[in-house]
Design a protein around this ligand. Structure first.
Ligand code: P6P
Length: 341
């Protein structure tokens, strides 16, 4: 059996060889990974633990919270607040930022997360996951505030997710490629199972919620119609479709075998840019996918270049195999130009 490389060894060797994982960042990543182990234990209990079903509360997004949403959020807060590596945290499940309490030292990093993405799948035993993003404070001379979080995604120090599926898998980037770790439940340790992940630039597989077809803008309709036309159509090839309704699971498939994931703006709520959130869904996934040779745009611009206005702002998401995302973005640019003529 080839020598097993643990998460800690991977991070130490990355620091030794590339020098971009300072001690506080390594500690942060290891603490988040440990928290994901704890979350996976709760997720795996299912009906045997008091973890399924609704918590009968709403989150800041006005969405009903599942019990596991709250459990995962609390696990991440409790695991990260005492270590001295963070100044504050932000979560899909909390309206404002969570400043590290005065009884603990503050660090230079800020952690953002969707503690349990895809939670509508919890009660039906379909893969769900935790998504996280790490930013660094620009100015530690004054108290940390929400404004410190409003940095474009290209400034992330690290990003990753943990998918709770048939395997529990942690996928991580610190800006030097993408590595995948599988949880060895017998040892309780993360084992490096893939490094230098690369997404094929072309694909014949798209992920979109087709029930929204009639609500999409023309360039999105154009792209999907061409995929559905198959070999007789403009693309000259057939496409397959997948939709798990869990971004972590869909993006994990794309990192594993290619594809494109699309959750675009639609006219149901035209004032909203999209359904997914920029800071703790699109930005971390965009960082990972770009690091694996893919692309991520909102139809108009690179997601990682978007200057955030608010913590929970939403964004249209087109992410995955580079040539497909480039084509989708081109269609949106052509539509914008023709509407201006
Ligand atoms: P729909 C899960 O709630 C989520 O935020 C993403 O993980 C997922 O891709 C999307 O929403 C699913 O949305 O409208 O298809 O249920």
């Amino acid at each position: 059996m080839s020598k097993r490389v643990s998460l800690t060894q991977y991070l130490v060797e990355q620091q030794r060889e590339h020098g971009h994982i300072p001690g506080q960042l390594r500690l942060l990543i290891e603490v988040v990974a440990r928290a994901c182990k704890r979350i996976s234990i709760s997720v795996n209990k299912g009906a045997l633990g008091d973890v399924l079903g609704s918590a009968e509360t709403e989150n800041v997004q006005g969405e009903m919270q599942k019990k596991l949403d709250i459990i995962a959020n609390e696990v991440l807060i409790e695991a990260n607040e005492w270590g001295g590596h963070l100044a504050a945290m932000a979560s899909e499940e909390m309206e404002g930022i969570y400043v590290v309490p005065n009884r603990f030292p503050q660090g230079e990093y800020m952690l953002l997360f969707d503690p349990l993405d895809g939670s509508s799948n919890i009660d039906v035993n379909v893969s769900i996951g935790t998504i996280f993003s790490v930013l660094k404070r620009d100015d530690s001379s004054r108290p940390v505030s929400e404004a410190d979080f409003l940095q474009p995604g290209r400034q992330q120090a690290a990003a990753g997710y943990c998918v709770y599926g048939p395997q529990t898998t942690l996928v991580l980037t610190v800006g030097d490629g993408v590595a995948m770790f599988t949880l060895d439940r017998e040892q309780g340790s993360w084992v490096l199972t893939q490094d230098g992940i690369q997404i094929p630039e072309d694909t014949q597989e798209f992920a979109a919620n087709m029930s929204n077809l009639r609500h999409w803008a023309p360039p999105m309709r154009r792209y999907i119609d061409e995929c559905l036309a198959g070999t007789e159509g403009a693309r000259g090839k057939d496409f397959n479709m997948r939709w798990i309704a869990s971004m972590v699971a869909d993006v994990h498939r794309i990192l594993t075998r290619g594809g494109v994931f699309i959750y675009p703006w639609d006219k149901r709520e035209p004032q909203k840019a999209g359904k997914l959130r920029l800071m703790y869904e699109a930005n971390p996934m965009g960082f990972l996918v770009e690091q694996a040779g893919g692309a991520a745009t909102n139809g108009q611009q690179r997601i990682l270049d978007i200057q955030p206005d608010t913590l929970h702002q939403r964004v249209s998401v087109m992410i995955g195999s580079k040539n497909e995302v480039d084509r989708l973005t081109r269609y949106h640019h052509e539509a914008a130009q023709s509407s201006q003529l």
